[in-house]
Write a protein that binds this ligand. Structure first.
Ligand SMILES: [Mg+2]
Length: 410
């Protein structure tokens, strides 16, 4: 009714006003939902949502067993015929369809996330708008990336002691990896500290004695000495430390001014994280094993961390991550999304990072995959000097090179 009134008003002012809508009023429909797995440093699970509007939305789900079946066999029939522009309604439709069977967390939410990313890409392409525009517009022109410097097998080999049978992570190898990342333009780098020191220890107990803590301190010292003020340094403990060991380690690392300490404790107990947070100097970060806004509520309300790190293709997708960021912002916390994905998942992070005020940096975890950029149908590398420029092209803003995808298909 309002539109009719506006059109009549416009016609009375400008007799030549064209009342026909700019776009077709035909409602687009989803015709098929599929997945393709790329054999990256993780099995990157690409999701395609076909539509009758002549566009295909591309998304990505966190690598998980069974996620292909949930997406294609279960969600395929649920979504066929639905309007791909109704992203948030379809998110709820999928949650409802899987209610009681994993729609709150785990594989179900991962599958929903993968489809959600593809729906935003499809919606953007149909409406000829970048995803950030559909989310309310961008706050920044480029998104800061941080480099995970573990770099898989490459790091292990370069860290090996000559002639030793098992991996020993050496300070010199960490310093070399740090230098390489900083020389590539990254202003923010991260290292794993839950790594072998060469001593036989009972890792299941999560207890780390003084020599173990000294090994981790020497790794951090080597990295921070190498990069100085050129980059900020974070460390990841992967839920492997007890409260006491994490506290001792943090105290041993106080002089190195770390950007954050990630996942010092197992992911389930927000109370324990809040207690640790009050007893250490370093900012803490967690979230890659939490699902949706409800999964972050206790961490935020208890001020258990400084940084929330949802994984976008796992936690519920693009819109859910934006809501997590808004929740975190009510306690002035910062978003630094976890990301181990292909360029598709990474671009989802770029659009979230572009639209969220309290955004710090997005993870890049594929420095040991030389063909990561070849997956994208464009000449220049996606990440330049540690940043990704927010694209103005429709949808997520990249197209996959399907020949390269085929080459590396799992
Ligand atoms: Mg981590």
């Amino acid at each position: 009714m309002y539109t009719d009134f506006a059109a009549r008003l416009a016609t009375s002012i400008w007799p030549d006003f064209d009342q026909t809508p700019a776009r077709s009023t035909e409602t687009p429909a989803i015709t098929d939902v599929e997945t393709v797995v790329i054999d990256g440093n993780f099995p990157w699970t690409i999701v395609t949502v076909e539509t009758d509007a002549g566009v295909t939305g591309i998304g990505e789900a966190y690598p998980s067993p069974g996620v292909h079946e949930v997406i294609t066999d279960f969600f395929g029939p649920v979504l066929e015929g639905e309007n791909p522009l109704d992203v948030e309604r379809l998110y709820h439709l999928m949650r409802e369809a899987l209610s009681g069977r994993g729609s709150q967390d785990g594989i179900g939410t991962i599958a929903i996330s993968g489809v959600e990313l593809a729906l935003w890409d499809a919606a953007g392409k149909i409406l000829d708008q970048p995803v950030y525009q559909l989310l309310g517009g961008k706050m920044r022109e480029e998104v800061r990336m941080y480099a995970d410097c573990h770099a898989g097998e490459g790091m292990v080999e370069s860290a090996l002691n000559e002639g030793e049978a098992h991996g020993v992570y050496k300070p010199e190898a960490y310093a070399r990896a740090a230098r390489a990342a900083v020389d590539d333009g990254f202003e923010s780098i991260k290292f794993d500290l839950d790594v072998p020191s060469g001593r036989e220890i009972d890792t299941i107990s999560r207890h780390f004695d003084s020599p173990e803590i000294e090994h981790k301190r020497r790794l951090v010292e080597a990295v921070t000495d190498e990069v100085g003020a050129e980059a900020e340094v974070a460390v990841d403990l992967h839920w492997n430390f007890s409260s006491d060991a994490a506290r001792k380690l943090c105290h041993a690392l106080e002089s190195y001014d770390l950007a954050w300490v990630e996942d010092p404790l197992p992911p389930e107990n927000g109370d324990a994280m809040a207690t640790l947070n009050r007893s250490v100097e370093q900012p803490l970060l967690t979230g890659e094993n939490r699902y949706g806004r409800h999964g972050f509520r206790d961490l935020v309300e208890q001020e258990a961390v400084s940084f929330v790190a949802p994984d976008i293709p796992k936690t519920g997708g693009i819109a859910e991550t934006k809501k997590i960021a808004e929740l975190a912002d009510t306690y002035y916390m910062t978003l630094a999304p976890h990301n181990i994905g292909s360029p598709v998942a990474t671009m989802a992070g770029v659009h979230v990072g572009a639209t969220v005020p309290n955004f710090l940096a997005l993870e890049f975890h594929a420095r040991d995959v030389p063909w990561w950029d070849d997956l994208v149908a464009r000449e220049e590398p996606l990440i330049q000097d540690g940043y990704i420029e927010v694209p103005d092209t429709p949808g997520l803003g990249i197209e996959l090179d399907w020949d390269v995808v085929e080459e590396h298909r799992a």
